[in-house]
Design a protein around this ligand. Structure first.
Ligand code: AMP
Length: 555
């Protein structure tokens, strides 16, 4: 049995390694020595996932709760501020506090035991769930060395991502199993979880590579932005469909013999937040297995769509779902089918998938997103104008012959939105003054830049949040703090916000040479991770287009 201490030491070595190749070798070498169950858990732990994709939401432990359990064990509950000021990150703070104990226990935890405890913490639901979760957590921390506690904390709050991206983990799995990296990536598209990828590659018969609908989430297919319907025709060719772009939450709905599981865009299971959708699907398609892709929208009592924020309340207040179900009903619109009757359909063309979707949804009385097959650009533009006039966010353009590529932002789907906004990542924040004293309230916004996990600043804003949101954001960012210089707190990139702006300016202030003017946060994108943010390249392209659009200044 490999000890959790060995795992923690490997992570420590990884955190001191810069080269991607070396990281893959260190991590892959460690995984290769473990039996399959422990390797599966360790692969997840290394990228900061406590549980298989889809199950994590059930852990339901905040950074604050984790900190309190550690601090109370060492009688240092009132020293948080000093320790956080000294620590480089959350895991470091937990390690420092755990070193205050008089004696350190010998390392006895195994990787398998830690994995089992994580499952138990997630399984604790219903009355007294919170107390049970905290007891289990305390049980783990009592037995942990300070180094083990550091990595337990990092896994629990998903801080590991920073050190080990999913991409490096796939390289490590290729190294550990000897499989070609292209195969590892393809299997990951299907499985969406490095632990399961290892299982498939090590030849575990219980893990299907394809075929059979296993009720496990697939990564959703993503779209690239396009400015106009004419651009979409130029990029996709004339063989395309246009669909209403609904402003709600992406859902992937799995069903088998009336048993339903619903997953979010980030592959968390959200069935408990959407009981009426689960009931609807179970009632309408009771005897078949299926995977549908669609959007859930909050609606008023007349069934008219409401703002996205309304829907997000559902996901945050899981305990109040029954009340919210009455107050803010939801409506489901399907737009794709990824599997039906035990057959995976993702390699079929979209035109065929849509035909199957239409027939199935029609027979079951389920709604589809509004759609048209434009015969020419003019018809396409009319559909777009009508969609905007009806209040939709825009339209999606989809190539009729495109396959469903899980997790890929390819050339199959384009999103055409009216107002241009960018999805950016908060990488730092300034302490506010005056009315905003005590809050981290001026946010440094960054776009993806080159390699995975790299971000470049393009602007700052303190506009767009309510007082409550400032308070919540301050707490969230402090848990992600990596350093502080002057009045600026630097944080691990984790929070994605949608930002509106007036235009892009040339700017020597930022390394990328561009800055957003009059940036304002439109909404928090809880459904997105930093890898989904817009890139410096796409902002650069937008900057060029803006120059083309601007008439020359007289004189
Ligand atoms: P964005 O969130 O701006 O990147 O736009 C992509 C998202 O639009 C998808 O992840 C879906 O949640 C949503 N969406 C709304 N309507 C559709 C549709 N008809 N087809 C695909 N995605 C849609």
């Amino acid at each position: 049995m490999a000890t959790f201490q060995q795992f923690a030491q490997t992570c420590q070595a990884l955190s001191q390694t810069q080269s991607r190749l070396q990281m893959a070798e260190v991590a892959g070498g460690f995984l290769a020595q473990l039996d399959l169950d422990q390797a599966e858990a360790a692969a997840r732990f290394m990228i900061g996932r406590a549980l298989p994709v889809g199950d994590e939401a059930r852990l339901n432990l905040s950074g604050r709760a984790v900190w309190r359990v550690a601090a109370e064990l060492t009688g240092a509950a009132d020293r948080g501020e000093d320790i956080f000021a000294e620590a480089v990150d959350f895991g470091d703070a937990v390690e420092i506090v755990m070193r205050l104990r008089d004696t350190e226990p010998a390392p006895t935890l195994s990787i398998a035991e830690v994995a089992a405890r994580m499952r138990e913490i997630a399984a604790a639901q219903g009355r007294h769930a919170r107390r049970r979760k905290l007891d289990l957590l305390r049980g783990l921390f009592i037995r942990a060395t300070a180094l083990e506690a550091k990595y337990l904390a990092k896994i629990l709050i998903r801080e590991m991502r920073h050190g080990m991206s999913e991409g490096v983990m796939l390289d490590a799995i290729a190294y550990a199993t000897g499989a070609p990296i292209a195969d590892v990536r393809r299997i990951n598209m299907m499985q969406g979880d490095p632990g399961r990828v290892l299982r498939v590659l090590r030849g575990d018969a219980a893990a299907p590579q394809s075929g059979g609908l296993a009720m496990r989430p697939l990564k959703p297919m993503l779209a690239q932005p396009a400015d106009t319907v004419a651009d979409a025709f130029a990029m996709l060719g004339p063989e395309l469909a246009l669909e209403h772009k609904l402003d709600g939450a992406r859902v992937q709905i799995h069903g088998a013999a009336g048993h339903i599981r619903i997953f979010s865009r980030r592959l968390n299971e959200i069935t408990p937040s959407l009981p009426e959708i689960a009931e609807l699907m179970a009632a309408r398609i009771p005897n078949r297995s299926f995977i549908f892709d669609g959007e859930v929208v909050a609606v008023d009592r007349q069934g008219n769509p409401l703002a996205f924020q309304e829907l997000m309340r559902r996901f945050r207040r899981i305990r109040e779902v029954e009340r919210l179900r009455e107050q803010s009903p939801v409506r489901l619109f399907l737009f794709d089918v990824l599997g039906l009757d035990d057959e995976l359909l993702i390699d079929r063309e979209y035109r065929d998938r849509f035909a199957i979707l239409q027939q199935t949804a029609h027979a079951a009385g389920l709604e589809l997103a509004g759609r048209c097959l434009p015969a020419n650009l003019n018809e396409g533009e009319q559909f777009y104008a009508a969609a905007r006039a009806a209040g939709y966010e825009g339209v999606m353009a989809k190539r009729l012959d495109s396959r469903y590529s899980p997790g890929v932002r390819g050339r199959g789907w384009l999103k055409i939105k009216g107002a241009r906004t960018l999805d950016l990542v908060i990488v730092a924040a300034d302490w506010g003054y005056g009315r905003r004293h005590g809050w981290l309230s001026n946010y440094h916004l960054a776009a993806r830049s080159g390699a995975a996990d790299q971000f470049a600043e393009v602007g700052k804003t303190f506009k767009g949040l309510t007082d409550d949101q400032f308070r919540e954001m301050t707490e969230r960012l402090l848990a992600l703090k990596t350093a502080q210089r002057g009045g600026t707190v630097y944080v691990r990139p984790a929070v994605v916000v949608e930002v509106a702006y007036s235009d892009i300016q040339r700017s020597p202030q930022y390394e990328c040479g561009m800055a957003l003017r009059f940036a304002r946060i439109v909404r928090l994108r809880e459904d997105k991770i930093p890898a989904d943010a817009d890139s410096i390249e796409s902002i650069g392209r937008e900057f060029e287009r803006q120059i083309l659009r601007t008439p020359p200044q007289p004189g």
